[in-house]
Design a protein around this ligand. Structure first.
Ligand code: PLP
Length: 227
């Protein structure tokens, strides 16, 4: 696949993001993370050539060979669940979006201590309470955030969340505003938690209106995945 229309799609998405920032009134900068899962290295190169510097992958097994095949200096984001036996792979990523349990947070912290450099990470929140999704409940954010103040191996940069597919706009707003409140709680506890990673192809405009600083876009840029 050549991804010939990527530049045009990106221009439209960037315009929509700018309009959503203006409507939302949060005044934030938004990083566009191009989600290249199931696509080959050519999708990463096409994104880079179109001016995208941040690329998201949800599986370590898929991301590592892609990294080896790509010479463009993109920043890699790990957006899917990380198994603790693959923890060392975080060294290849700029940001881990998906710290979804205390056990994983502890393991990430220990890894950061052992490599003598904190792992930059987001806490994944499950605001909607869907049982199919991992992540912390909003009520856990304060105690977990307090506990993480003593974990120098992990640098908590903010929060990531996913809304249920096709949720009505009012539900989306509630979920995204809940994630924003969790991010603000982490900041209040002293974490450098500026980032709010939320918004996918179907809901990124609402997410940006609610303050998203990172949107993770796959389908809208690269077309439907053949999964
Ligand atoms: C696949 C994926 C995305 C991108 O989804 P699209 O709907 O294709 O934009 C975003 N975030 C996560 C965690 C994903 O796994």
């Amino acid at each position: 696949m050549l991804y010939e229309d990527l530049a045009g799609r990106l221009a439209e998405v960037r315009e929509r993001i700018a309009a959503a920032v203006a409507r939302g009134g949060h005044g934030q900068l938004v990083t566009l993370v191009a989600v290249t899962k199931t696509h080959g290295p050519d999708a990463v190169r096409a994104a880079w050539n179109a001016g995208v510097h941040d690329v998201g992958e949800n599986r370590v097994q898929e991301a590592l060979p892609k990294m080896h095949a790509v010479t463009e200096p993109v920043r890699w984001h790990l957006i899917g669940h990380l198994q603790r036996n693959k923890l060392k792979a975080v060294d290849h990523f700029t940001l881990l979006h998906s710290v979804d349990s205390r056990r994983l947070a502890e393991a990430v912290h220990e890894h950061g201590v052992s490599r003598r450099r904190p792992v930059h990470a987001l806490l994944q929140l499950n605001v909607s309470g869907e049982t199919s999704k991992g992540g912390f409940a909003p009520a856990d954010v304060e105690p977990v955030g307090e506990w993480l103040c003593g974990c120098g191996g992990i640098a908590v940069q903010g929060v990531m969340t996913m809304a249920p597919l096709g949720a009505p706009e009012a539900a989306l707003r509630e979920i995204f505003a809940g994630a924003r409140a969790a991010r603000d709680t982490l900041c209040r506890l002293g974490h450098p938690a500026a980032e709010l990673s939320m918004g996918m192809s179907g809901d990124y405009e609402v997410a940006v209106e609610e303050g998203a600083t990172m949107v993770r876009l796959g389908t809208i840029l690269f077309g439907a995945r053949g999964t």
